[in-house]
Design a protein around this ligand. Structure first.
Ligand SMILES: Cc1cc2nc3c(=O)[nH]c(=O)nc-3n(C[C@H](O)[C@H](O)[C@H](O)COP(=O)(O)OP(=O)(O)OC[C@H]3O[C@@H](n4cnc5c(N)ncnc54)[C@H](O)[C@@H]3O)c2cc1C
Length: 379
């Protein structure tokens, strides 16, 4: 018998993790309210790559991802200093497709489906203490700076600066092929990919010893990102020259929590396990979390067993993904002789065994939390 049918659930946070949890739980018969501190359920101004593991969740929830996402053809590592293409890894065979989304469009897709199922949205509601919520289950989907995390872990920890900053911008674009290009250079890299509706998403990352600004994101002068990549190739510089408005983010993290729930409070997404964006998995993991949480609560008879099953299904996987993202930071930013060897290796792999790259990621992209035989039991 399902524990979750007809239970009241409060989801704190209306990002991708919160809305996915809300939708999946509502589809299992829960009565869900989403509490979001912002006055609107929206996220503007940036793109998201959703790989097949996350896309399977969108499909299983009945969402039409093709209506807003752009199917990707390939990932192309580039030498940022020379502009040379180092490799091309074909994504066309991925099923479901690897896609590029406007974050805002993905949020709207999830939010509309939630509304259709009667999920209530309490906007402009900041929750600092879960005891103010009258619900049988409380989902902490309140992101990197989660206040609910300490309810679960029993201690307050501040996220730490990872030594990386990211500029994020969108520029108008027509005619770019649907390819994610990773322009790698010593101590920095840029990722570019097109979005539907004629736009190019740009994420430019640079290593820094400290984050000096107040807060963790602010609008920056476009000349700052151009100066950071001034030694790069002409093609990349001309892309960066098109930026008119840019935001700078300090990339912060905290360790993956070692328990995902306590009593009736359970964590999903960045609240539990923020990741560096170098494997493009934070939102994908949040999608998986929300789906698995709802399935675990539906396929177990008690909350205790359901939450134990959720933890069992998620901890090892998210930890592996986060460690892989950390390793990519090092690989993307090599300089000197090590870069020369690494780039030669990439060219060789791309020419002789182009499937090696995707085969190495099959544990990540082929993972299917929606499969009928997926393990949702507590023991
Ligand atoms: C530069 C960059 C690029 C990225 N690119 C990708 C990518 O291509 N693919 C990918 O999969 N991931 C990517 N990520 C990671 C991804 O953005 C995050 O992992 C994901 O958005 C986390 O979703 P979330 O719902 O857990 O948290 P959030 O998106 O942070 O949502 C949390 C929500 O909770 C609300 N909230 C917070 N506190 C409270 C409170 N106390 N009460 C009420 N509401 C509250 C917030 O307003 C917010 O709406 C990227 C990240 C960065 C920084």
């Amino acid at each position: 018998m399902s524990f979750i049918a007809d239970r009241t659930v409060a989801v704190v946070g209306g990002g991708i993790g919160g809305l996915t949890s809300a939708l999946a739980l509502a589809q299992q018969g829960a009565r869900v309210t989403v509490y979001e501190q912002a006055s609107a359920l929206t996220e503007v101004g940036a793109g998201l790559q959703i790989s097949p593991n996350g896309a399977r969740v969108l499909d299983a929830l009945g969402l039409d991802a093709d209506s807003v996402g752009l199917s990707a053809e390939a990932v192309q590592p580039m030498a940022g200093l020379t502009g040379r293409t180092l490799a091309r890894f074909n994504l066309l065979d991925q099923k479901p497709p690897y896609r590029f989304f406007h974050r805002h469009a993905l949020i709207v897709l999830l939010a509309d489906a939630c509304a259709d199922l009667g999920v209530r949205a309490s906007l402009g509601s900041r929750i600092d203490d879960p005891s103010q919520l009258d619900a049988e289950v409380i989902v902490g989907a309140d992101g990197l700076r989660s206040t609910l995390r300490s309810e679960v872990t029993g201690r307050k920890t501040d996220p730490f600066f990872t030594g990386q900053v990211a500029w994020r911008a969108i520029v108008p674009d027509t005619g770019s092929d649907p390819v994610a290009r990773i322009w790698m250079a010593p101590g920095k890299h840029v990722v570019t990919y097109p979005l539907s509706g004629g736009a190019l998403n740009i994420v430019a990352v640079q290593e820094r010893s400290a984050w000096a600004a107040e807060g963790w994101a602010h609008e920056d002068d476009p000349s700052a990102v151009r100066a950071a990549f001034a030694d790069c190739c002409g093609e990349l510089k001309s892309i960066l020259h098109r930026i008119e408005k840019v935001h700078l983010w300090g990339l912060f993290r905290h360790p993956v929590v070692q328990r995902l729930s306590k009593n009736n409070v359970v964590l999903v997404g960045d609240a539990a396990h923020p990741t560096l964006p170098f494997l493009a998995q934070g939102a994908n993991l949040a999608l998986e979390d929300g789906f698995v949480l709802a399935a675990c609560l539906a396929q177990n008879e008690s909350l205790r067993h359901g939450l134990a099953a959720y933890q069992k299904a998620r901890l090892a996987r998210v930890t592996r993904a986060i460690n892989a993202a950390n390793a990519n930071a090092r690989n993307y930013h090599l300089g000197g002789v090590r870069a020369t060897f690494a780039h030669a290796g990439l060219r060789t792999i791309s020419a002789l065994a182009p499937n090696v790259f995707l085969n190495r990621l099959s544990w990540l992209y082929d993972h299917d939390v929606t499969a009928p035989n997926y393990q949702f039991a507590a023991v």
